[in-house]
Design a protein around this ligand. Sequence first.
Ligand code: FES
Length: 168
Amino acid sequence: MSDVKECTDCVVSGRRDFLFDSLRAAAAVIAAIGLAPLSAEAMPVLIRSLSSAAKEKSYPIPAADGVQIDKDNEVILARSGKQVYAFALSCPHQNTALKWEAADNRFQCPKHKSRYRPDGTFIEGRATRGMDRYAVKLSGGTIVVDIDKVFQEDLDKAAWQQAVITVP
Ligand code: FES
């Protein structure tokens, strides 16, 4: 019989720690080899919501393709072409924080290696659906994310597909 006890806080703190460790490691590698990133858009950018409303978080419209992460609200804001998506930070399989793999232009889960396209579409791995998407809308020149409305592709495919905004 094992004396090991399950840690109920490990998933949340672990995924946050992993995310920031990954960002620090990437920055350290870039600094060490003396190279700038391929583009400013390639690396995830840490952001904060412009609003403090309980369920609606607003962000500036990303100016270019790339991934931004609001760790406080566990939101990934991603622009791909003229489409902008807001994803839940956690993997739909077992809630590990997802990583953006800029070199491969995809999201990847560090735990079981599920992979997703920039629009959150599932590619391969243990997950069984795309990345969960929040409801998004444009309002007053900002992107508003309703973190109370998250759509799972396998439960509500139509809403999941519509959870995108097209920007000018
Ligand atoms: S937790 Fe992401 S694939 Fe298992």
